[in-house]
Ligand binder design. Structure first.
Ligand code: NAD
Length: 345
């Protein structure tokens, strides 16, 4: 595939996919709408230095479908979509690119609504908003989603503790936290308040040290976090980190964190299950960010937003119950849970 000015791409199972190039700025991006069955498609904008347009297309398709499932499982009246921008961040006129992106989003006339994701920030969304109303996730339009994501992840860790140990009290439990970024740091503070002990790691050594200082945590090297003696492993960095190399090393009884697409493949889910580790499906756990953006779009109050975040606890317990009933992995049960909602729509 080669992106020219505007190309529509047909892919089975997707409602609309458009690739766009803005000749004036060199901007290139793809927006994929997977489903609007539950409402307008909502999903973030990822900015990545993809090796090819095909790689970008594969990523946006996977992510857009994931948003349909995440939004459905969170009980939101929104469908799933995603945007990717293709390029190297250091070589562009960033403001011009995000204005071009805003114009691209505006073309969808509200059928697609976006916000920040990997490689983009609330500030970028504020620039895109000069061209479109259909963007959220910055001051005045829902704010930074990360603190809400962290709160939702804490609810998910507690639900998982209840499922695994019969109590959601985290006092004295040890959490090995991978990634002390926006979500990881906020989660570390919440866990400390909940009485948990922490072991943290980050490839950015300074971030790990600052986080450890704030939470009385121990720091280990990034590669050693998988071997840490812990009750819970909380991945809050990158996707694909649960795989045949890492899962045999884990000592935790629960895996529950914010990172998207933690499982490299289905085999990883099965290997985790076989080891008797409870895996909290990531898209159920990390829905707090999209829930906070949705609260802005729906005009919900702070109390309604807090209620939706709190419900992540019960949703996760329902997913665990479904996994037991259907004798599947918790990852498969999470998909089945979302599909039930989509079928009922
Ligand atoms: P972030 O970029 O602020 O933080 C990620 C941190 O992980 C950084 O400090 C980075 O240095 C560190 N890191 C990267 N690779 C690492 C490795 N191999 N080992 C240890 N640390 C490593 O990102 P974020 O917003 O905190 O998001 C974290 C994860 O949660 C991502 O996977 C993101 O997709 C997911 N997520 C975030 C939100 C949100 O609201 N921000 C919502 C849903 C999902």
């Amino acid at each position: 595939m080669n992106i020219s000015d505007a190309v529509t791409i047909e892919v089975d199972g997707y409602e609309k996919i458009v690739a766009m190039r803005d000749p004036a700025t060199g901007y290139r991006g793809i927006i994929a709408i997977h489903s609007t069955k539950l409402g307008p498609a909502v999903g973030g904008t990822r900015f990545w230095n993809y090796q090819s347009d095909d790689e970008a297309l594969a990523d946006v398709l996977r992510l857009a479908r994931g948003m349909t499932y995440k939004n459905a499982a969170a009980g939101l009246p929104f469908g799933g979509g995603k945007a990717v921008i293709i390029g190297a961040a250091q070589q562009i006129d960033r403001a011009a690119w995000f204005r071009a992106h805003g114009r691209f989003v505006e073309n969808f006339q509200g059928r697609f609504i976006t916000g920040e994701d990997v490689g983009t920030s609330p500030a970028d969304m504020e620039i895109a908003a000069q061209e479109t109303r259909f963007v959220a996730g910055f001051a005045g339009r829902g704010g930074d989603p990360s603190p809400w994501t962290a709160r939702g992840v804490l609810r998910g860790i507690k639900a998982s503790a209840r499922q695994r140990w019969g109590s959601d009290n985290l006092h004295g439990k040890t959490v090995a936290l991978q990634g002390c970024g926006n979500v990881g740091f906020a989660l570390a503070l919440l866990l400390k308040d909940a009485g948990a002990r922490l072991v943290v790691a980050d490839v950015n050594a300074e971030r790990a040290v600052v986080c450890a200082h704030a939470c009385d945590a121990a720091v280990v090297a990034p590669e050693e976090i998988y071997d840490a003696a812990a009750d819970v492993f909380a991945p809050c960095a990158l996707g694909g980190i649960l795989n045949e190399q890492t899962t045999p090393r884990l000592r935790a009884e629960i895996i529950a964190g914010a990172a998207n697409n933690q499982l490299r493949d289905n085999e990883a889910a099965q290997a985790i299950e076989a080891r008797g580790i409870l895996y909290a499906p990531d898209f159920i756990l990390n829905a707090g960010g999209i829930i906070s953006g949705s609260a802005y779009l729906l005009g919900e109050s702070l109390a309604q937003l807090e209620q939706r975040i709190a419900e992540i606890y019960d949703t996760l317990l329902a997913v665990y119950q479904l996994a037991t009933q259907k004798q599947t992995t918790t990852a498969a049960a999470a998909e089945a849970y979302a599909e039930q909602i989509l079928r009922g729509a």
